[in-house]
Design a protein around this ligand. Structure first.
Ligand code: NDP
Length: 498
């Protein structure tokens, strides 16, 4: 495929009527899948501008075969060499940001600004793990018995399947690809059927930049066909999955066969607690950014706000004013702050959750419908929406709301806020705003979630392990800890024989 997708993409970016037609990326080149084509539409206007052939079980087998063949040589390299190769490849991809960013906006819908943040972060994560390559270590236990010592070796697991959703196609891929290949594994990635293009181009760029053929393969296609074939392939030793909780549970069940390793980054319904002593303006700003960034389609979005009654009116007014001010429009239009949702189905699902909630109670403070601009009528838009004090058993309280709609509740005190925050099947992220050190510490201890931000925007750091509790996932990504999920350890007992 070398060059082809680039040329096709350039063609598409000119706005020509031709559609891009691509296949998978296997063994350092294009692989023509055997399945039916999947359309790729621009969420800003609903128009199909590309199609990608769907991968069948045979195509997945070809991609896994390529990764298997590459494994022996790749895993035998010095780990620092693997880091060096990845860094060079990532640097090469970075030279093509101006191509990757509009491509991501076009297939995903997000604003150019959000696309820049995402792709830059994806490359940064590749660099981060390239830099950590020399920190990958095992262990040593001296004097287990006289003349006997123990060594803990770490070995790559083998072929890793990386299954990625459509909301952050590149960063969620990098979170898996980077620690996997630095640790010596080879990868077959399956992007969402609706967002394959940036991933395919990234694979090509990394290969051009020096990542050997077969180390990183991309299989396009639907979750039900290509995803299932990857998750059940006997030669795949680990699945790293990001997506919804129901599909994650299915993947975990598939991985039981053959005891595949698995990491699951699943849904969330992150609570934010705003106490009466908080910097209310900063908290309102973090709530708006945390909910409406990426049009609310983030696992770590702020999805429930609990604010102390005594300051609630001020916070609700401030967040509502911010939501009303957000400029909604096409992702590629100058000055747009919030783009469309990714698909009509996603938009309808979130609008439905708002409607079912309001039928049970609560007050609509703003939003709840698509914008009335006729230029946006064909896109999948929904205005930033705020619902105040809906029932605690309504859909916006109990389900994950994967779009720009935020419920805000008044609570009487800190204990009620913590109880409400924990009253969810999810346990991904959480945040608390207070100037009281004791409360901050209590929140960090008591909230059931893999991340707690204190007086901070919900930014994720490569340096810190990230992963959900409860139905939000299993295992960790990010941090040096990510290597634990891409290596097997082996204990070796060595006697001097004396
Ligand atoms: P899905 O679970 O539907 O899809 C995620 C990926 O899995 C896609 O590539 C999809 O392919 C594939 N897939 C779907 N069904 C199967 C299957 N049976 N076997 C193997 N693969 C399959 O999630 P969404 O696309 O709806 O993504 C949004 C969800 O992801 C939200 O719930 C969100 O919270 C969660 N998420 C979690 C994050 C985290 O880090 N915890 C981060 C971002 C999102 P296809 O789309 O082609 O069908």
């Amino acid at each position: 495929m070398t060059g082809d997708v680039a040329r096709r993409s350039t063609l598409a970016m000119t706005g020509g009527r031709n559609t891009i037609s691509a296949g998978a990326y296997v063994d350092g080149g294009e692989h023509r899948n055997g399945g039916d084509p999947l359309p790729v539409a621009n969420p800003a206007d609903g128009r199909v501008f590309a199609e990608v052939a769907g991968g069948t079980a045979q195509d997945v087998d070809a991609a896994v075969g390529s990764a298997r063949r590459a494994f022996a040589e790749w895993s035998a390299l010095a780990v620092s060499k693997r880091g060096e190769i990845l860094a060079r490849a990532a640097h090469h991809a970075e030279q093509h940001l101006d191509e990757l960013i509009p491509m991501l906006t076009r297939e995903q819908g997000k604003t150019l600004r959000d696309a820049r943040i995402e792709v830059t972060k994806a490359i940064d994560t590749l660099m981060h793990y390239a830099g950590l390559s020399k920190a990958l270590r095992g262990g040593h236990a001296p004097n287990l018995d006289p003349g006997v010592e123990g060594i803990v070796l770490r070995r790559p697991v083998g072929v890793v399947g990386a299954i990625v959703p459509w909301n952050f196609p590149t960063t969620l891929l990098s979170n898996k690809l980077a620690p996997a290949v630095v640790a010596g594994n080879t990868v077959v990635a399956k992007p969402a059927g609706t967002t394959p293009l940036t991933t395919l181009r990234l694979a090509e760029l990394l290969h051009e930049g020096g990542l050997p053929a077969g180390v990183f393969n991309v299989i396009t296609g639907s979750g039900s066909t290509a995803g299932t074939a990857l998750a059940t392939h006997p030669d795949v030793r680990k699945i790293a999955f990001t997506g919804s909780t129901p599909v994650g549970e299915q993947i975990m069940a598939s991985c039981a066969k053959g005891t595949k390793r698995v990491t699951l980054e699943l849904g969330g319904s992150d609570p934010m607690i705003i106490c009466d002593d908080a910097d209310l303006a900063a908290a309102a700003s973090a709530a708006s950014m945390g909910r409406f960034y990426n049009c609310g389609q983030a696992c770590l979005a702020i999805k429930r706000v609990y604010v102390f009654d005594s300051v609630a009116d001020e916070v609700i007014d401030a967040v509502t004013a911010k939501a009303k001010r957000l400029r909604v429009g096409r992702g590629d239009a100058e000055g747009t702050q919030m783009g469309p949702m990714h698909t009509a189905a996603q938009r309808d699902e979130v609008a439905g959750q708002v409607e079912r909630t309001l039928a049970m109670g609560g007050t609509l403070a703003t939003g709840g419908s698509p914008p009335d601009d006729p230029d946006l009528a064909d896109g999948f838009f929904l205005l930033p929406t705020i619902v105040v004090d809906p029932p605690h058993d309504s859909p916006m309280a109990t389900e994950e709301v994967f779009g720009p709609a935020l419920p805000i509740w008044r609570v009487k005190d800190f204990d009620e806020a913590i109880e409400r925050a924990n009253g969810s099947q999810f346990g991904l992220g959480s945040s608390v705003w207070t100037r009281d050190l004791h409360r901050a510490r209590q929140a960090a201890e008591r909230i059931e979630a893999g991340y707690t931000w204190i007086n901070s925007r919900t930014k994720v750091y490569d340096e810190l392990p990230f992963g959900g509790w409860k139905s939000s996932g299993y295992g960790k990504e990010h941090g040096i800890e990510a290597f634990d999920y891409y290596t097997e350890s082996k204990s070796v007992v060595m006697s001097s024989g004396a």
